[in-house]
Design a protein around this ligand. Structure first.
Ligand SMILES: [Zn+2]
Length: 158
């Protein structure tokens, strides 16, 4: 019997799988590059970005795969600010060993910018600090000036 190699690669993922690393899935379309930059992944890591992929849950989605890097809690919290429905899979030896949903933390420090242009954090070199007032819709209150920054006006530090 001659061994026939079944080519089922076409049925598999559009984006090639990773052996060890992190898959950030269910990102809103158009956010993958922004999130990868925010997490500082664009410099040294092998990063695969999928944009506008078909999603059974949300219509279209973006996705990030990072080879050789295991993201943790601080990164999950940052991802949640831009993609509250994101899931994170940790992959070891080509198998998913951990599956997580991201969540906006109670406090957000240093990551985001205050939408109040007169805020001291926008004028001086002061680390920003927000208290999460609401997760859905996302509203964060600046610890310095009390300004409520809504999710859609949220700007992240470059
Ligand atoms: Zn402020």
């Amino acid at each position: 019997m001659t061994g026939q190699i079944q080519d089922d690669s076409k049925k598999k993922l559009i984006v090639s799988p990773i052996e060890n690393g992190t898959v950030v899935d269910h990102l809103p379309p158009g956010t993958a590059v922004k999130i990868a930059q925010m997490l500082g992944l664009m410099g040294d890591s092998i990063v695969i970005i999928g944009q506008n992929l078909k999603s059974t849950k949300f219509g279209r989605k973006d996705l990030i795969k990072v080879e050789g890097k295991f993201l943790g809690e601080p990164e999950f919290n940052k991802i949640a600010l831009l993609a509250p429905n994101a899931t994170v899979n940790i992959v070891r030896d080509s198998a998913i060993t951990e599956k997580r949903h991201v969540a906006v933390p109670d406090f957000v420090e240093r990551v985001a910018l205050c939408a109040n242009t007169n805020c001291i954090t926008n004028k001086e070199n002061v680390p920003t600090r927000f208290i999460t007032a609401s997760r859905s819709p996302l509203i964060m209150v600046c610890n310095y000036c009390g300004y409520e920054t809504k999710g859609e006006e949220l700007k992240l530090k470059g």
